[in-house]
Design a protein around this ligand. Sequence first.
Ligand SMILES: Cc1cc2nc3c(=O)[nH]c(=O)nc-3n(C[C@H](O)[C@H](O)[C@H](O)COP(=O)(O)OP(=O)(O)OC[C@H]3O[C@@H](n4cnc5c(N)ncnc54)[C@H](O)[C@@H]3O)c2cc1C
Ligand SMILES: NC(=O)c1ccc[n+]([C@@H]2O[C@H](COP(=O)([O-])OP(=O)(O)OC[C@H]3O[C@@H](n4cnc5c(N)ncnc54)[C@H](O)[C@@H]3O)[C@@H](O)[C@H]2O)c1
Ligand code: SF4
Ligand code: FES
Length: 803
Amino acid sequence: MKKQKIVLIGNGMAGIRAVEEILKLAPNRFKITVFGSEPYPNYNRIQLSKVLQGDTEVADITLNTWEWYEENGILLYPGETVIEIDTDNQIVSTDKKRQVKYDKLIMATGSDPFMLPLPGIDKEGVTAFRNIKDCELMISASENYKKAVVIGGGLLGLEAARGLLNLGMQVDVVHLSDCLMERQLDKTAGKMLQKELENQGMNFLLEKQSAEITGLDRVEGLKFKDGEEVKADLVVMAVGIKPNVTLANESGIQVNRGIIVNDYLETTVPNVFAVGECAEHREMVYGLVAPLYQQGLEMAKRICGIDSEGYQGSVLSTQLKVSGVDVFSAGEINEDEDTKSVRVFDDWLGVYKKVLVKEGKITGAVLFGDTQDGTRLLSLINKKAAIEEYMDNARSEETGLDLIASMPDEEIICGCNGVTKCSIVEAINTQGLTTFEQVKGCTNASRSCGGCRSLVTDLLAYTVGDAFEQNQKESICGCTTLSKDEVIEEIKDKGLSHTREVMHVLGWKSEEGCSKCRPALNYYLGMLNPLEYKDEKESRYVNERLRANIQKDGTYGVVPRMYGGVTNSTDLRKIADVADKYDVKLIKVTGGQRIDLLGVKKEDLPSIWAELDMPSGAAYSKGLRTVKTCVGADFCRFGTSDSIGLGTKMEKKFEGMNAPHKVKMSVSACPRNCAEGGIKDVGVIGLDGEYEIYVGGNAGTHMRQADLLAKVKTEEEVIEMTAAFLQYYRETANYLDRTSVWVERLGIEHIQTYLSDEKMFKELNQRMDESLSIVQDGWKEVLESETMVRDLYQNVNIPAGSN
Ligand SMILES: Cc1cc2nc3c(=O)[nH]c(=O)nc-3n(C[C@H](O)[C@H](O)[C@H](O)COP(=O)(O)OP(=O)(O)OC[C@H]3O[C@@H](n4cnc5c(N)ncnc54)[C@H](O)[C@@H]3O)c2cc1C
Ligand SMILES: NC(=O)c1ccc[n+]([C@@H]2O[C@H](COP(=O)([O-])OP(=O)(O)OC[C@H]3O[C@@H](n4cnc5c(N)ncnc54)[C@H](O)[C@@H]3O)[C@@H](O)[C@H]2O)c1
Ligand code: SF4
Ligand code: FES
């Protein structure tokens, strides 16, 4: 049967969750295409607050990897915006002039931040806080400036303010009302929150109306309507959001504040659905993930033809993600003529609890200082429980496993994802789950704001009992409970030789493995048995498989090797000819002293490599990338040695080496260190009569200064020491650990001691030579195989984006 075509506009949290629900209900029924204006796979927007607060990194907040799209046959166009919908002919058109037909269209275009229309709003240093770009802008501003002003004392503004304090800035929060988070808290809780945040270092300017952003090109201050002014090097606007409805409106789909939908998330136009922050259901537009995920499930059922009651609206509950502050609110927050409250206030401990009651039923709650009753109250509000049910089972003294034990089965453990205690327990028991990551992977609990993590962990401990402790080591991924070291031992002991064999023999939970374990197993098997193991190209990440880095617009980069950063007129001529012939969009000198041809079409890659006739620079590889060199003794008056010569020798020796992650090296010929050895995986510095070898440096997101590994006398010794170091790294690091992480974990003294053992040193060198003996040039390998050229470059539907 021909597959129906679903097109999703908006690659965000609501849209992709809806697609996950569709895939669960009808795995092979649809051909799905996704357009997303942002150039990333679906990421956890909620966690941007944690990124700003320094608790996690942008790299760790991806929810669905590029491989996930590929594995599920989803064609993703990142960085591409749908600009028109022809609802008569059911076709969408994009800003890249692409047209795609749909049978069902899902609009999940989210919201835009609301920007107050103040004079000066377009000055440098004024930003919203909505996406990765905004987050990066704030982090970089904090490196150069001191004074931040956040406009808006709601959830977003306070989380941003906490992040900016953590980044070392002074922060004023400007708020319209006299009480913080007035939409979520009553006055008592709002004032307690203010006091707590003031103790943390925030300054509040309440009941202030902003009038103008001052400064020349960059913001210098914020003026208020009452004439006062505060200094500001950075202004963050957090005064609410507005649903992104322009496209729907221009396409004849009825909108009000959001895109109007019925209980099945259907818009006013046939076969067009809307879900998430852009949708308006029964006059409500939601800005939290829990309701958006409920909408996604109901819409998925409709699309898959499964009868259901439809979406009935949601009770809102919120929690502020600021460490040291426990605030929770759900449902109604203020008393009125019909709504009474039960209150507990402990000024000494700073605890405030208020439960609102209407006609004997619980309708809302506000908690400050002790929020452990939060999920329970949300369940009770949802089921319109009588107040006695809460009062009879007060359990404020209970914590940890006692608290878990006392929870009824239907109590919600994860509010964002609507996951109950009994569904987690059932997943643990039926699927034999023993780690937090497995529970998260199988049930979605803790996959959004992460606020329920400790409850989920406690529930796991309570359910599996003694098995819990022994299983808390770091497993390779959710498919197994075995750690990397255990897997390697098993591979050696049992003589396993294929990824599928490893998964089968070691009892993997999923027959196919996942995008985390497949590349790791492929690496470990190749590292352990270089001569016999046949590399599984299909287990490698997309860039490595294609031997080119995918760019955000779906084109590719081509980087030929230039040993030691040296080139010649013949190679430059070839590069220029290829660039002209294939209409290369940008020719860029890289940080590693090479030339990158950017904007190349996938189908042109093999012809370009053939015409260049140069080795691959392996700019896509987990292995040696570059050896940067300084000018050295031949030309530089400070030079003590031939840095270019040594760098070239090192590059020729280690090119093609596979490693847990990329490896960058450099050679400088004097302590001025122009090739920047302090931030390389291996940095060599020539001194008079000797060389210093530095290791474990990194200039990336985890900046780290390299450690001195050894001082040696000759070039040969430099190469041998480098080989021993890298082989030890190859054998003992976790896949995807850079040397910086690995050196940090083992400690430089341990590595020095290990390499000082002559026998070990020699054996490491032998094993390195053995693994290098089978190295092939990545591009040549493709050019020699008609099948690879056809399958990888002429016939494929690989989603754009790099990893
Ligand atoms: C810093 C921060 C912290 C948050 N914390 C929490 C929290 O703790 N708890 C909670 O529940 N919620 C939180 N939220 C809110 C939550 O992140 C959002 O409710 C949720 O991400 C909305 O999902 P969505 O898919 O509807 O919209 P979005 O995530 O905005 O996704 C929409 C996507 O569609 C794209 N798009 C729009 N138009 C087009 C087009 N024409 N073509 C192609 N692509 C298009 C957009 O670029 C965007 O990537 C937080 C939000 C922020 C910013
Ligand atoms: N922990 C969480 O659940 C969380 C965290 C961050 C963001 N979010 C979501 O992201 C969205 C955006 O958050 P938000 O805090 O911007 O929206 P919001 O609407 O919840 O709060 C905006 C706040 O800004 C104040 N404000 C409005 N105009 C102002 C002005 N001119 N000057 C000063 N203050 C003004 C309002 O009084 C309000 O308290 C919301 O949907 C929110 O739910 C949730
Ligand atoms: S590192 Fe020393 S030798 Fe090399 S270029 Fe710089 S100054 Fe010259
Ligand atoms: S409560 Fe947010 S992820 Fe569970």
